[in-house]
Design a protein around this ligand. Sequence first.
Ligand SMILES: CSC[C@@H](O)[C@@H](O)C(=O)COP(=O)(O)O
Length: 354
Amino acid sequence: MIDAISFKNGTFRYLDQRYLPLKEIYVETQNYLEAIEAIKTLAVRGAPLIGASAGYTVMLGINAYKGDKAGFPAYFANLVAEVNASRPTAVNLFFATRKMQDVYDANFENDSLEALFAKMTDMAYKIHNDEIDNCDKIARHGVELLKQDFADVLKTRKLNVLTHCNTGTLACCGIGTALGVIRLAYQEGLIERVITSESRPLLQGLRLTAWELEHDGIPFASISDSSSAILMQRGMIDFAVTGADRITANGDTANKIGTYAHAISAKYHGLPFYIAAPVSTIDITMSEGSQIPIEERDADELRKIFGTQVATPTTPVVNFAFDVTPGTLIRGIITEKEAVVGNYNEGLARVVNG
Ligand SMILES: CSC[C@@H](O)[C@@H](O)C(=O)COP(=O)(O)O
């Protein structure tokens, strides 16, 4: 399996996803500002991977600290604030820095800085390793739900699935969330073909999901984002499953821009639309999706295609990186603890608090 990120001997190593699939470039850094830049520029991306990278970025910042114990609280507060400012939507980033903060809060008073840093390093590794384990459990719960929902269809044929953006190893550390469900479902003989939508403007579906599926030998076809409706109309898609960047208490789900349109199309065509995500992506402090901060990215991401100018430099642009799919359009939210269907307010609180 590809190592999208790793942390060894104080060095953060990542596969720079901006160049995939044409070039596999690994970058090593001990500088936390460079790691923050990697998150901002989507060199590392995908909600769980952003969370794991945030934990390691905090460690890089801590390892660079040269002062005494008295000066550390202010330094640490500033470091966490800088990491938190890197990307606003994926709550996994804040989940990870919160976990690091919790270790600090519990141990700062009694520990030497050395002992404290060792505990924080353990936490950074734990955040990463937990997300790897979560993917396997999400896949298992997802496949069980599919077997239930498609019991009749599966007696006669396999299923065609739509997914959006990239939710695989590159986004999650392990086998992936939505892509993990698809991988396991394929292994178990449930899947005919995967349809992966390109995910304009940065093409995570076309570049990254296609690359992972090709690597695994899973049959797939890439489509433009606007094609999902006609494929559904023609019976070429049976269900959709995507990941999430933040899920609110009522099941409203922020994910890569374009997800909402796919979900509306799925509803219109009577097809189930699933979300697969770890509990670290659920934010029950927010009651509904309108509260989620939606990242707006640079206009040039649209005006240029990978560096090539395709619109005038003055073309006005609205470039939301994410949209929010209402929970009412979602058949089930598949987590590592269980696949929540029905009342999200109840079910999501159960998986977060249980
Ligand atoms: C399992 S990853 C889930 C989401 O983070 C993914 O679908 C997505 O929207 C990624 O957006 P990105 O902007 O590439 O970080």
